[in-house]
Design a protein around this ligand. Structure first.
Ligand SMILES: [Mg+2]
Length: 314
């Protein structure tokens, strides 16, 4: 269990934990749980024998970088700056979803992206695209949970206006905030605080059930899909089952199949915030891409975000 981990290590652990979970999970996106079970005996087996080659992150990490850059620049979510960072960083080949591509292309072209965010899906998207990128919000506002909740909402709005898409992001941000604040997590109060904040039974019920989860074979009951309601609680539950092991947390998340990159990104961000960067296996971290905006850039970005946090609490 994590004692004596400094806050900066937790910031770095969160963002690199997100990127490694995303990049490892990306190898298995869309696979079935049966396929994963046939290929790997356990989460440890998967971590010990990752696919060969460099680990490339996807849209989850790319957009989380945009959120972190905005917070470093502004100290809060500024809608205009956030959209300009999303547009500047946008590489369609990073695995963006169909709807996200339309909204982001509109941002890049200076068109009315809000029209698409509001109309592409009836009532707005309730996918996990806001939740996958929100972890930096939980870090910067970790000392003020009301601010976490509101800033997570603000960070969702450029692409996700459906209440379930927004609340999914709020849950992940708050999970990161709490995880980054404790040396020894009280599992039942962790899940209860998350559940009691939620307005939607789609989250509060499963979060309370996740708090009682004992067996990783039951993790799949929380879903493995791209909807926020089929992935956010899954990620939090994966962390809650094995809070003292980053590797088991992302390994179990990936073994579920489905939206593996995003579920492992969210679970990895929470776990990294709790355990710090030194918990991430060297053979995975050293294999994470390190070109423009790669692991060196992400590490420095996390340190800059920590600097912002240190300034704010001084
Ligand atoms: Mg992705």
């Amino acid at each position: 269990m994590p004692t004596g981990i400094c806050v900066e290590e937790r910031f770095v652990g969160c963002l690199l934990g997100l990127a490694v979970g995303d990049a490892l999970g990306a190898h298995f996106e869309g696979q079935s749980p049966d396929f994963m079970e046939r290929r790997y005996r356990s989460a440890t087996d998967l971590i010990d024998h990752p696919p060969p080659g460099e680990l490339w992150y996807t849209d989850d990490t790319q957009m989380a970088i945009g959120v972190a850059e905005t917070l470093v620049a502004c100290g809060r979510i500024d809608d205009e700056v956030l959209c300009s960072r999303f547009a500047a960083n946008y590489l369609p080949q990073r695995g963006y979803g169909r709807g996200a591509k339309v909204v982001l292309q509109a941002m890049c072209d200076g068109e009315d992206h809000r029209f698409w965010a509001e109309n592409l899906f009836e009532g707005g998207s309730f996918g996990n695209g806001a939740a996958m990128r929100v972890a930096p919000v939980g870090l910067l506002f970790r000392d003020d949970h009301d601010a976490v909740w509101e800033q997570a909402r603000q960070s969702s709005l450029p692409t996700h206006i459906h209440p379930l898409g927004i609340e999914g992001a709020q849950v992940i941000a708050l999970a990161v905030a709490i995880a980054s604040s404790f040396d020894q997590l009280d599992r039942s109060s962790f899940f209860e605080e998350l559940a009691s904040r939620c307005a939607s039974v789609e989250y509060s019920g499963p979060l309370r059930r996740a708090g009682r989860l004992e067996d990783d074979r039951d993790l799949g009951l929380f879903g493995n899909g791209i909807e926020a309601t089929a992935s956010v609680v899954t990620a939090v539950a994966a962390f809650g089952l094995t809070p003292d092991s980053y590797e088991e947390t992302i390994g179990n998340a990936i073994l579920l199949g489905g939206d593996t990159d995003t579920i492992a990104a969210m679970a990895g961000a929470i776990s990294g915030a709790y355990l710090g960067v030194n918990t991430i296996a060297g053979h995975l971290l050293n294999n994470l891409e390190d070109r423009k905006q790669g692991r060196t850039y992400i590490k420095q970005l996390a340190k800059n975000l920590h600097g912002r946090h240190a300034d704010a609490v001084r």
